[in-house]
Every structure is written in C-alpha cells, then in structure tokens.
Design a protein around this ligand. Structure first.
Ligand code: PZK
Length: 276
C-alpha cells in the first residue's frame, strides 16, 4: 500500500479510494518521539477512537468505513476510512485552561476572542467550553484563528457547523469521561467533506494523543496538572540530563510497563471494556 502521510505516531496509507489509518506504538514527550515503543498503545488509541465514533453517531458521521477490513499485520490498530477533502482548520474545544489557551489568557484575558473572568489559573475549569480553532501549519507551529478567518476559509455555514459540532463532541466526551473520574481538559478535532458535501469527523477522536486527560481526583487548579497517560514518561525524562531535542532517550522497561498499564486502564475506565 502507498504511504500518503506519515505523522509522528501514526501513518496513513491509500488503498484504492479508501485510506487506512494506522496507529503505531510510538510515543512522544515534549513533541519528541522516543526510540522505545509502548506495546498496545496503537491498539488502545485506535479502539478508543472507534468507541467514541460509535458514541457520537447522533452528533456527526465519521470517516470510518471498517475497523476490521484492514491488512492483517495492522489488525486492531488500523481503521479503513473514507478519503475526504480535509478542512484546513484544527478544531479545538477547551473546557479547562492549559497549554496555548492558558498562554493566551495570561497575555490578553481572553481565548479566541472570548473574554474570561479574571483570577483563573493553570487548570481552571471554564464556565462554558470555548472553540479555539488554529491553522494547520505544514511545518512549525499552529496559529490561533478568529471565527472570521475560519469563515473566510470554509464559508460561514461550514464554519458555524464546525464550531457547533466541535463543542458538542467535547461536551459529550467530557461529560461521559467525568462520570468515570476523568477530566478531558481540551480536544482537537479534524473534519473533512465527503464528495456529496456532507461534513464528517475524521482523524482520531477524544484520545489522549488529541486531548488532555487528567485524573479527576487529582485535579487541582493553580498548578500544572498531571497527565493521565504520559506522567510516568515526563517524571522519568525530567530527571535525565536531556535537552528535550531529538533524539529522545530510550525508555527503561519499568517506565514502558507503567505507561502501557496507564493506557490500558484509561481504555477500560472510559469504555467499561477490556482490550482483548
Ligand atoms: C488526513 N491527516 C492527518 C497525518 C495520520 C493522519 N479521512 C481522511 N481523508 C483525507 N485525508 C485525511 C483523512 C483522515 N483522517 C488525515 N492527513 C490527511 C494525518 C498523518 C498520519 F494518520
């Protein structure tokens, strides 16, 4: 099969008219892919995305064609998808202050043009989730977009749909996760258009690689929050003499095992299923 896109931790192949999205066991910390894989990570993220797509069918159609009609060597961690015309907007919803949302709030008191009350800090919960779209930069860093810029790129009607669907996916995901003790602080979605003009949810959805997951019982606004999936990697790597530039360090076996357990636990907790 022809490799059409290769990401840090996932690859996309063409198979006739379809695409096959393959999640690897690669893991990144501080945006650097480490040389040691986390066994089962690709399967956990793929099965979690598929589960969410299923939970969201009344909100939005997804690009999924089949989770099983994929080459045997990728079974469990690949999805056959429709090839869409992707929209050039990263659709982000934020329910808590972290990352670039926090940077914007600290500089301006607002995120994506939405004024927030004073006195919020790192990890604070927002009264309402906010849509904070960014550009999809081919290289370098994504830049915040205004609603007007989104509308100029995709048209006012699609822009309104992107905002509404992004916030609804986030609300549904965050609410369900909260009932299972997990905070989803924010999430990044990608959408595309089918040839008949229908908007569809693409890529992955509500996974720890596309969203910030925190343990609700450990949430404490006013300081950086502990990552549910990558905290062992961060704690271990911050004790090294590593400048956070590639190449990253090899991961010791006990950190691999603990991180793998985290992913499996996260999947079981959210879905109520065990990964086979
Ligand atoms: C598409 N990406 C991101 C990059 C990945 C994924 N259904 C689709 N139709 C057309 N294009 C895409 C999709 C999806 N999803 C997704 N780039 C293009 C991307 C690298 C690896 F797995």
């Amino acid at each position: 099969m022809e490799l059409v896109y290769s990401g840090k931790v996932r690859d996309l192949y063409a198979d006739g008219d379809d695409l096959i999205m393959v999640a690897s066991d690669r893991v990144s910390v501080y945006d650097v892919v480490l040389p040691t894989p986390i066994p089962d990570k690709g399967r956990v993220l793929t099965q979690l995305s598929l589960w969410w797509f299923g939970q969201l069918t009344d909100v939005i159609t997804s690009h999924v064609i089949s989770a099983t009609d994929v080459p045997a060597q990728w079974a469990g961690r690949a999805i056959r998808c429709r090839r869409l015309r992707m929209l050039p907007v990263e659709c982000i919803a934020r329910g808590y202050l972290a990352g670039l949302g926090l940077v914007s709030y600290n500089e301006t008191g607002a995120i994506s043009g939405v004024r927030l009350p004073p006195g919020l800090g790192e990890g604070s919960r927002l009264a309402e989730p906010v849509f904070t779209p960014t550009t999809k930069a081919a290289a370098g860093h994504d830049r915040p977009m205004t609603r007007l810029e989104v509308a100029e790129l995709v048209g006012a009607s699609v822009a309104a749909d992107l905002e509404r669907v992004t916030l609804e996916v986030y609300r549904r995901g965050a609410e369900l996760a909260a009932s299972r003790g997990i905070v989803i602080a924010d999430t990044k979605l990608e959408f595309g258009m089918a040839p008949d003009g229908r908007l569809m949810l693409a890529d992955e959805v509500l996974t720890p690689d596309s969203s910030r997951f925190w343990l609700a019982s450990a949430w404490q606004p006013g300081r950086p929050q502990r990552s549910l999936d990558k905290q062992f990697l961060r704690d271990w790597s911050s004790g090294l003499n590593w400048d956070r530039q590639p190449p990253g360090p090899a991961i010791p076996a006990e950190i691999v095992a603990a991180t793998r357990e985290r992913y499996l636990e996260l999947y079981a907790r959210l879905t109520g299923r065990e990964l086979g």
